[in-house]
Write a protein that binds this ligand. Structure first.
Ligand code: SF4
Length: 350
């Protein structure tokens, strides 16, 4: 249960800050209605990092944008619930959501170059955010902007406040995006593939920085990535998405050691491992995901799954608990690692 509280009042570690239920987002296209998010259910707790993983196009980014009610046209949030600190975001007036956006829930987008304003210095951009959300102006706002730039590791922060985005390296632009996102000390930070375009050294620095900021401020982090190594190293829990739905969710170690959904098991098998790899042979999941405009009636993974049965093709599995704790949940009729198709479903409880 989540409790309604004043915005900005910190939650205790482990309390549910975001509670998403049966979220649905559709895009009406010339080829039909695409179900980009098709009944996503997940929770994010105060102070934790939840990794959101899955192949490109599985709905990770659209899910994240829905949490800020920022789905781009022609996308429409078609149903479900997004509760932020006990308040229903989907029912709020737009003006109220606008106050939360950037202030309480902030986003680090995939591509900082397109997110930053090319004709605005980064200092002007940061001080604008401080003015809009916190009412800070003039010297105190500039001081705070320089502090934020220093905090995210930008050298000569005062001088860099006068830089335009094109004058900064990719790593520095990403740091500016992080400075913007943490400017108001949000309760929830959504990082959408924040290191995809960066080299390995800068990637490690950015991820370390996010970890430090999370520990300092107690914020929650929703980390969207397709990199399972990043999930293993930086997340507390993970949700695996496939075709707009959560296929499996669990504490990280549990999911890596005991993946149950056949798609999760396939994703993990795709990770190259020096101790297991036959020379030059890499596993890939066969086939491609179905069109989001023509999802099958049953499990969306059925056409790619070696364990698919008639039931899989006709009946869509819901998320079900694997054990009594409810921490590990998956949506599969014939899970890996539990047993055969008859005993497997009996071993899981709804
Ligand atoms: S429900 Fe069936 S088709 Fe889908 S992943 Fe599980 S076994 Fe495979």
């Amino acid at each position: 249960m989540t409790a309604t509280r004043d915005v900005g009042t910190p939650l205790g570690r482990g309390e549910v800050v975001l509670d998403v239920r049966d979220l649905r987002v559709v895009f009406d296209t010339r080829r039909g209605r695409a179900r980009a998010v098709d009944g996503v259910t997940l929770t994010l707790r105060a102070g934790e990092t939840l990794g959101l993983v899955g192949e490109s196009g599985c709905g990770k980014t659209v899910t994240a944008l829905s949490l800020m009610r920022s789905v781009p046209s022609p996308g429409i949030i078609d149903g479900g619930s997004v509760s932020f600190e006990g308040r229903e975001l989907l029912a709020m007036p737009e003006a109220q959501v606008a106050k939360l956006r950037g202030r309480s829930i902030a986003l680090i987008p995939q591509d900082p170059l397109t997110a930053l304003n090319p004709v605005m210095t980064v200092g002007a951009h940061i001080t604008e955010v401080l003015e809009v959300h916190l009412g800070m102006r003039g010297a105190p706002a500039l001081e705070r902007a320089a502090d934020l730039m220093a905090r995210v590791g930008i050298p000569e922060p005062r001088r860099r406040l006068d830089s335009y985005p094109h004058q900064l390296s990719g790593g520095m632009r990403q740091r500016v995006m992080i400075a913007l996102a943490i400017a108001c000390q949000p309760a929830v930070l959504i990082a959408d593939e924040p290191t995809t375009a960066l080299d390995a050294t800068v990637q490690a620095q950015i991820l370390e920085l996010l970890d430090e900021l999370k520990h300092e401020t107690g914020m929650s982090l929703l980390l969207i990535t397709h990199n399972l190594g990043i999930v293993a190293g930086h997340c507390d829990r993970v949700a695996v998405m496939y075709c707009g739905r959560v296929a499996e969710t669990a504490p990280v170690a549990d999911l890596f050691i005991h993946p149950h959904h056949r798609y999760t098991a396939g994703l993990l098998a795709c990770v190259p491992r020096l101790d297991r790899q036959e020379k030059g042979v890499f596993y890939t999941i066969p086939g491609i995901p179905p069109e989001l405009t023509a999802l099958p009636p049953g499990c969306a993974f059925a056409a790619r799954c070696e364990a698919a049965t008639e039931r899989c093709r006709n009946e869509r599995p819901d998320l079900a608990s694997v054990d009594d704790t409810g921490a590990h949940r998956m949506a599969c009729w014939n899970p890996a690692g539990i047993g055969d198709s008859t005993s497997a479903r009996a071993a899981v409880s709804r």
